[in-house]
Ligand binder design. Structure first.
Ligand code: ADP
Length: 260
């Protein structure tokens, strides 16, 4: 009798559990579809017009319609910078969506890191200059060959270098290197800026995480960059990690498999 009651109650409980699980599954599917539709709207209705606004502002700024009075130039510069911020936010959102859905395409090619590091330093120096920061080449071992999507590895460096510049003090230095370690190629980006509190370091690669997420924070950003970098590094069979001391600076490391 007691057993019957127990089985009976269990039967009801498991049926209810199943119904609840079904309902949750339907909710999750609907949320997934809604998210895909939202991302499609972002892609078509936001990215395309944004690109044309940015194009028009850049053309006017470059003098395509004649001399721009000084007062207007400041406004146009601001508009262009804000367009860039929006474009990179939209691109980050779309990249995050692609990575979540396993739909990011990678064009893997064999490449040596020596030239790549030099190119990336030159590409990012103007951005660092604007913040009064200098990018230096640290130790770069010769002959480090990796199989990577060059554009995506450039995106990783862009993220790490722009963070390093953003969180450095004016007059500071960033050091970029690449060494062979434990059979891996390890790229390092070191800054001597504000550093990262120990309790925050394990959360840095979570989506939307920012150490200072208050609305009064000085630096812009969304907390998406490092989570995207983390997924792209993983797609290369690599690993990213950080060493940091608050108040002294941070070093981000990207370890990639070496190829013969
Ligand atoms: P975003 O820079 O857009 O906020 P990220 O994902 O690139 O997003 O970085 C997340 C957070 O990690 C930043 O908001 C910042 O708090 C911290 N961070 C990243 N890089 C550095 C760095 N080099 N020095 C200090 N803090 C950093």
């Amino acid at each position: 009798m007691v057993l019957l009651i127990v089985f009976g109650i269990d039967g009801i409980r498991s049926r209810r559990d199943l119904e609840e699980k079904d309902a949750l599954l339907v909710d999750a599917q609907e949320a997934f579809v809604a998210k895909s539709q939202f991302m499609s709207v972002i892609n078509h209705e936001l990215r395309t017009p944004l690109a044309s606004v940015k194009g028009a502002v850049s053309l006017i700024n470059a003098g395509a319609v004649g001399e721009v009075p000084e007062g207007f130039r400041k406004m146009l510069d601001l508009a262009e910078r804000n367009c860039d911020t929006l474009v990179s936010l939209v691109n980050d959102l779309l990249d995050a969506e692609k990575l979540d859905a396993g739909k990011m395409d990678f064009d893997f090619v064999k490449m040596e890191l020596e030239g790549f590091i030099k190119d990336e330093i030159a590409r990012h120096q103007p951005y660092a200059d604007a913040l009064g920061v200098n990018i230096e080449e640290a130790r770069v071992d010769a002959g480090l060959a990796v199989e990577v999507d060059r554009k995506r590895l450039g995106q990783i460096l862009s993220n790490l270098l722009s963070n390093a510049a953003k969180f450095s003090h004016s007059g500071g230095v960033i050091r970029v290197g690449a060494e062979k370690r434990d059979g891996q190629a390890v790229i390092s980006v070191q800054d001597f800026g504000v550093g990262i509190p120990e309790e925050a370091q394990s959360k840095l690669f979570d989506r939307f995480y920012q150490v200072d997420s208050s609305s009064e924070r000085e630096k812009g950003g969304t907390g998406l960059g490092l989570s995207i970098v983390n997924s792209i590094v993983a797609a290369h069979g690599g690993r990213i990690w950080v060493d940091s001391i608050e108040g002294k600076g941070s070093t981000f490391y990207v370890g990639l498999p070496l190829v013969p």
